[in-house]
Design a protein around this ligand. Structure first.
Ligand SMILES: [Ca+2]
Ligand SMILES: [Zn+2]
Length: 315
């Protein structure tokens, strides 16, 4: 049994040495240092984060969700198919285009750091609604999911603010059922970390996404301050993988209309083509690691998958 811990994808790489991923990439248009980037190991070996999530991820070995091997990926697909085959058409219809209640937990420091405003939270919910409705591109799918702020609570605890004791704080503060998106706003070395829907039943208390508070609209992280980290992490919460999951293999993320890519994208390198398989890299996809401004879509295939996963595990 692997650890239920979840490690990061949208990773804040603060160290200047954090450029291994760039080896795959066309040079960014400006040569300025990238203060923060979403980056992850593309290795598929089993990664067990240590007790201190932030420290274990700092080395760049972590993804923003727990590692999924090819074998486990296949098992998840089979399990989902079995569940859906037992789900009635009426149940599946009810799960499509579901309204999603959102609970935002502001984990501020005692001195008030991280105490985002209600206006920022409102803007973040608006970003989720825009992005999941496919309003940023004509190529984008409307997933049908809508988000409503169901509650906000605020804590002033330095340990929790730094994402310490995350299992404890999540279990104590999580609200709603499987269909409720819980967002914990913290200050850690990631942009965000997510749990997957197929893990809800065995570990409901920690279900949700943890997001770097300064990535909210109006936040302070250059290139990652438009609220798209929450969109990306919510994508995982709906059961979407990275578009670079598995690298250059046809099945990669189990979605047919997202071309395979060898590794995470950094910045917004137009024309990137990292696999010989058909299609340019989907650098504008919310499930890549591009800059916030580069993101503009979920695909129809991702929308279908998110709805199926919701019907199977969250409805
Ligand atoms: Ca794909
Ligand atoms: Zn991710």
């Amino acid at each position: 049994m692997r650890s239920p811990r979840h490690v990061t994808l949208r990773l804040l790489a603060l160290a200047a040495a954090s450029v291994t991923a760039a080896a795959f990439l066309p040079a960014p248009s400006a040569s300025a240092a990238i203060p923060v980037e979403r980056r992850a190991s593309v290795e598929q070996e089993c990664f067990e984060p240590g007790p201190d999530l932030a420290t274990s991820a700092r080395g760049g070995q972590a993804t923003d969700h727990r590692d999924i091997t090819r074998a486990e990926q296949r098992a998840i697909e089979r399990r989902t198919d079995r569940i859906l085959s037992r789900t009635s058409a009426r149940q599946r219809r009810a799960a499509v285009a579901a309204p999603v209640p959102v609970y935002v937990h502001v984990m501020a420091a005692k001195n008030g750091a991280g105490d985002v405003t209600d206006a920022q939270i409102t803007q973040q919910i608006a970003v989720l609604n825009t992005d999941f409705a496919g309003q940023e591109s004509t190529a984008a799918a409307n997933t049908g999911f809508t988000f409503t702020l169901a509650g906000t609570d605020r804590f002033y605890n330095d340990t929790w603010h730094r994402d310490g004791s995350s299992t404890t704080y999540r279990k104590r503060t999580r609200q709603g059922g499987a269909n409720a998106l819980n967002i914990w706003l913290v200050d850690f070395n990631y942009l965000g970390i997510a749990t997957f829907p197929w893990d809800y039943a065995k570990n409901p208390g920690i279900d949700g996404i943890r997001v770097q508070y300064s990535s909210l609209p109006g936040g302070s992280i250059a290139n990652y301050d438009l609220g798209k980290t929450a969109t990306h992490e919510a994508g995982h919460w709906f059961g979407l993988y990275h578009t670079f999951q598995g690298g250059c293999v046809a099945t990669n993320d189990e979605v047919g209309d997202t071309p395979a890519q060898s590794s995470a994208t950094s910045g917004c390198p137009e024309g990137r083509d990292s696999c010989t398989l058909p299609g340019l890299d989907p650098i504008h996809n919310y499930m890549d690691y591009s800059y916030d401004a580069c993101y503009d879509q979920f695909t129809p295939g991702q929308s279908t998958r998110a709805n199926q996963m919701f019907a199977a595990y969250r409805a």
